[in-house]
Design a protein around this ligand. Structure first.
Ligand SMILES: Cc1ncc(COP(=O)(O)O)c(C=O)c1O
Length: 435
């Protein structure tokens, strides 16, 4: 006998037609599926594109359906809500976006957030308790370091870090150190690290975590994949449990929105979803709609930006005003970083570090002379951006930490866009002459 809710509930909405994920034996690629996956025009008056659903709440067909949906929202019934309830929990634009975002990494499930930082904060609040220890790679995006050290620290959460390029033995030692301090509830990574571009060996981290926690209570490995994902790096394949994004960057790709994402296994995503439902860090329908548009061109944009960066970096490394170029495409064969790159990455990205000969004055003259590249922080947009980390994003970082991370006054961070590569080279060429 079905229970009462099942017998009286009518479906909350017509389900979309089953998605076509393969033709004959050919599995369709994410770039193909971005045009229609998860949306059935027949449910929206035949509209080719999903409308933006500007509503704060959704009407239930009957009381039993409402109860059933809330059982999903509150976790009484596993698997999340079976219907649309209230826009702090879910909405059509966000759900379509989540379905499509997960495809890039073959993830079981996905969630979208109001910013990259709200994604990171929601995940940490969902996974850690007072007294716990977080093991993390270093450096991390400055706000993530603040969140762990200064905010979670206020609630008695401790942390132990290892340098991004650490070996299996070095990671093992740090995990052991962390275990002595308390319950290790999270292994948190960022690769490549901002702004050093150092890669983390996710396979080694997984080996270390699995060896140190042989039972079922394994701390999840969570990784910020903002710089290379979802095209050039897919860390679920190397053993990460949850992959986080600032969708503000390459996924959004036009420097016109702020959003975050998480993709991974269904159980972990469910845990994070409960926290997001409670604190309301979901993205809004309008931003979700803009991201749906962005994802249609993600592969085109990222590929073009990557090709442009390869040409620009090749030009820059040979210029007399340039000390060196910190670009993943130039990692030395035989080096540990190159080994990680070859095992983890399919492209070098389009964000890199330019070390000029000189100091702040030379960097500023270069930045002020740029005519195409815009002087702004952020990355991953269609337009090329350049900034000065020591004087801008990392201004508040203590000097000794800046020295350790090589964030000197001669460092310029560049994110290459989709402009004509030769135009960009002409711009950098004239700006170098202006130094
Ligand atoms: C690596 C990385 N993670 C997270 C963030 C935070 O993202 P958001 O600005 O969307 O909150 C950023 C922002 O620059 C970042 O570079």
């Amino acid at each position: 006998m079905p229970d009462e809710a099942e017998s009286t509930a009518t479906p909350h909405r017509r389900r979309p037609k089953p998605d076509i994920l393969a033709i004959d034996n050919r599995r369709l690629s994410p770039e193909t599926l971005m045009m229609g996956h998860g949306f059935d025009p027949a449910l929206s008056e035949g509209s080719l594109k999903p409308p933006i659903f500007l509503t704060s709440t959704f009407v239930f067909e009957n009381a039993a359906a409402g109860k059933r949906f809330f059982e999903g929202i509150t976790g009484k019934r596993p698997g999340g809500a079976e219907g649309l309830v209230y826009s702090r929990f879910n909405g059509p634009n966000q759900e379509i976006l989540e379905d499509r975002l997960g495809l890039w990494e073959d993830a079981e499930d996905a969630l979208v957030f109001s910013s990259g930082m709200s994604a990171i904060a929601t995940v940490m609040l969902a996974l850690v308790q007072p007294g716990d220890v977080i093991v993390h790679s270093a450096p991390l995006y400055a706000a993530t370091e603040t969140l762990i050290g200064r905010i979670l620290g206020r609630f008695g959460i401790k942390w132990v870090d290892f340098p991004a390029g650490a070996t299996r033995e070095e990671i093992d030692a740090k995990v052991e150190e962390a275990k002595q301090l308390g319950r290790v509830s999270l292994v948190y990574l960022e690769s490549p690290a901002n702004p050093t571009n150092a890669l983390v060996d996710v396979e080694a981290v997984k080996g270390s975590r699995d060896a140190a926690f042989p039972g079922d209570e394994k701390p999840p490995i969570v990784i910020d994949n903002t710089f290379l994902g979802p095209l050039w790096s897919k860390p679920l394949r190397q053993g990460a449990d949850l992959v986080l994004y600032s969708l503000t960057k390459y996924a959004g790709g036009h420097s016109d929105l702020v959003a975050g994402g998480a993709v991974g296994g269904a159980a972990l995503i469910n845990t994070v979803r409960m926290m997001r439902n409670t604190i309301g860090t979901i993205t809004d329908p309008n931003t979700a709609w803009m991201l749906l548009r962005s994802l249609e061109t993600l592969e085109l944009r990222m590929s073009r930006a990557g090709e442009n960066a390869a040409k620009v970096c090749e030009f820059l490394r040979n210029q007399p005003q340039v000390e060196s170029v910190g670009y993943l495409g130039f990692l030395e064969p035989g080096s540990r970083q190159r080994d990680i790159y070859d095992r983890h990455c399919t492209g070098a990205g389009s964000t890199f570090s330019l070390y000029l000969k000189g100091g702040e004055a030379e960097s500023f003259r270069f930045l002020d002379a740029l005519k195409i590249a815009k002087l702004a922080v952020s990355l991953g947009g269609t337009e090329t951006l350049a900034s000065h980390p020591a004087g801008m994003t990392h201004l508040s970082v203590p000097q000794e930490r800046k020295d350790a991370l090589k964030i000197g006054d001669n460092l310029v961070r560049i994110s290459i866009g989709v402009e004509n590569a030769d135009d960009l080279i002409a711009d950098f060429n004239q700006a170098l002459r202006a130094i």
